[in-house]
Structure formats: C-alpha cells, structure tokens
Design a protein around this ligand. Structure first.
Ligand SMILES: C=C(O[C@@H]1C=C(C(=O)O)C=C[C@H]1O)C(=O)O
Length: 363
C-alpha cells in the first residue's frame, strides 16, 4: 500500500508539471494570437494544427514506442489546441444537428470542445449560417461508404460560394446506451431505422425478445430512453456522454467498413501541407469525347482523381456538372498545369478549394 502512495505522489508531481506546461502553452498561444491579429492573419490555423498532430503522434512512436495510446493522444491534443485557440478567438461552428449525431462527432473531432457550436436542422441552414457570417465554419456529411453520396450537400456548392477547408472521416460505430447497468433489464430498444438495420444481427443474438421502436434520429432515441428504466437506445459515442448514458454494449453494428466523410466549409483558402486534396466543379458539354478531353488534362500532368460524381446542373434539362476530387494542392505544379489547361478551355465552373486530407483516412 505504501508503494501505491509513493507512486501516486509521483503522479501528483507529474500532473503539476503538466498543468504548468499547459498554462505556459496557452499564454504563448495568446501572444501568437495578438501577433496574428495585428498582421491581419487568420487566427485559426488548421494547417499548423495538422503539423502538430503529425509531429506529436510521430514523436510518441519514435521516442516512446507508442506507449501512450494514439487515439487518446489525438483527443488530448485536439482539446489542448481547441482551448488555446479559444483564448485567441472564439470560433462559431454550425453543423447539421441535432446534438450527439455523427456530424456533431465529426465537428468535435475537427474543432474540439472549446468552440461555440450551432446545431441547425438542415444542410442548407449550415451553408446559410456560414454564408451570412453567423458561423465561421460549417460541418456537413458528404458521403457514406454504404449509403453513398449525400447529393444535397453537393448541390449546395452550386447555390453558395463557400469553400471546402477540411474533411473528417469517421467510422460509424453504434453502441447500446441506457440508464440501466445490465443488458438483461433491457425490454425495449429505440433508434433510427438505419441504425436498427445495421444492428439487427446483434439484437437477434443478444436481445431477441426486446421490443424495437423506431425514432426520427438516434439523438431522439436517447432523449426518450433517459426517462425510462427498461429501455436502451442505439446511438453514437458522443450521444453516450451528451446524454450521460451507460454504454451497455459497444460496436454492435454489422459492417466494419461503415465510414462517413464530412466536409468543413468556410470562406477562406488553405495553405499547402503536402498531403492535400482539391475539389472542383467541372462543366462537361453534351458532345462526344468531351468527358474524355476533360479527363485527359489530368492524365497529361499525372494528377490522380480520387472521386468523380455527376449531378444535374439544374440550369437545363439533362445538363450535368461533375464534382471532382483530386490528390494534391492547387499550388502543386502538376495540379496547377492541369487546372490552367481546363481553365483555358473554360471547363471549370467553380474551385471548391484545396485542403488537408483527413488525418485518419480509414476508407
Ligand atoms: C497558437 C496558434 O493558434 C491556434 C492554436 C494552435 C495551438 O494551440 O497550437 C495552433 C494553431 C491555431 O489554430 C498558432 O497559430 O500557432
């Protein structure tokens, strides 16, 4: 027992040291913030944050063999930087709500907790909040590995002149959440029908007698379950701490390949980081070989396309535009050359931006 007391004393000392360093760090961030303000620079610097994440995760591996878990380290640094940024400038971030959805989770992963969040009820409202300057950034889903593309999000880029400033890829993990502490007491399960469908096998195996009730969202299921003492909800991890519910069973979804990609939209351009992506909208005329000619520009300069998606232009019947994602930043030489050629031929409708690739691209 005495040995524990000694080690705990050592942990107390370490915590004092961590606290001292955190306070020193936030003061320096404040100074940097003042310099940025005075020189008219953007206060929020996601490219710098990316550099820090990569450096810290690498050092943790190289110096300490990854003793401290990578995911935990990511979250700790996410919060440290979120807090440091908040003393420089409080950010306002609109996202497709309600609270505790996967879009909320994506927003937290990108901005941390020290941000003013504005949950809104439609994707259009997210774009609107940013467009009107009521939010600095917006977070929207753009594609899921099982359900496909969120067309509505793509269409919003035709309507609004916002830029893509970042992306987040989140594994869709579903959990059984409840006030209860034991599975046997669960008589009813509430959730959105997609979530129920994805967990059907687990339910049949583990709670075959439970009554299943559909709700309009996984967040709503949590609200209902909060008031009950015989029920559980299927929802995200963020929902568990938003609603203070116990996780009775983890990762009960079927597919291990269920990921959703979210976009961070804003009004600014991002610097080159060396691991970037560029998105744009192209016009392809309705005549033989035109798509081929467009793609040839990328081929000529060795630009790798990661996605190409067609959408009705909404200007004329059967007239389409193409949403293209490519590897690289628009300031990279080969990307610049390909884009210049496309611009010369009048094929670019809109540049949506170059931005750092998702930190954990798990698709
Ligand atoms: C301190 C800065 O401001 C913000 C906070 C950061 C941090 O806590 O390290 C990093 C980037 C910025 O979003 C900076 O620009 O360096």
């Amino acid at each position: 027992m005495e040995e524990i007391a000694l080690w705990r004393k050592r942990i107390d000392e370490i915590d004092e040291e961590i606290l001292r360093l955190l306070n020193e760090r936030i003061k320096i961030a404040q100074k940097i913030g003042e310099i940025k303000k005075a020189s008219g620079l953007d206060i929020h610097a996601p490219e710098r944050e990316r550099e820090i994440f990569e450096r810290v995760l690498k050092l943790n591996e190289e110096l300490y063999g990854g003793e401290f878990p990578k995911e935990a380290l990511f979250h700790i640094y996410r919060e440290i930087m979120s807090a440091c940024l908040s003393v420089e400038k409080p950010l306002r971030v609109a996202y497709l709500g309600p609270k505790a959805t996967f879009t909320h989770q994506a927003a937290l992963e990108y901005f941390g907790f020290s941000v003013h969040y504005i949950p809104v009820s439609t994707i259009k409202d997210v774009f609107n909040e940013v467009d009107l300057g009521r939010a600095d950034y917006g977070v929207v889903p753009v594609e899921n590995t099982i359900e496909g593309v969120v067309n509505y999000t793509l269409d919003m880029f035709l309507e609004y002149d916002l830029k893509i400033v970042g992306e987040v890829v989140i594994p869709i993990k579903l959990h059984l959440l409840s006030n209860l502490s034991s599975l046997e007491d669960v008589k009813r399960i509430y959730s959105h029908r997609h979530a129920i469908a994805q967990c059907r096998n687990w339910i049949d195996k583990n709670l075959p007698k439970a009554q299943i009730i559909e709700t309009e969202s996984t967040a709503r299921a949590c609200e209902i379950v909060l008031e009950l003492n015989d029920a559980a909800a299927i929802a995200s991890e963020v929902a568990s701490y938003t609603y203070h519910l116990n996780i009775l069973a983890q990762n009960i979804q079927e597919s291990a390949n269920n990921f959703t990609r979210f976009l961070i939209v804003g009004n600014r351009s991002m610097k080159r980081t060396g691991k970037d992506k560029t998105s744009l909208i192209l016009a392809v005329r309705n005549k033989p070989g035109d798509l081929y000619k467009t793609l040839e520009s990328f081929y000529l300069y060795g630009v790798n396309l990661t996605k190409i998606e067609s959408r009705p232009s909404k200007k004329k019947a059967w007239d389409y535009v193409f949403f293209v994602d490519l590897d690289g930043h628009m300031e990279d030489h080969n990307v610049r050359m390909a884009l210049d050629l496309l611009a010369k031929e009048n094929r670019i409708i809109k540049m949506l931006g170059s931005y750092p690739k998702a930190l954990f691209e798990e698709s």
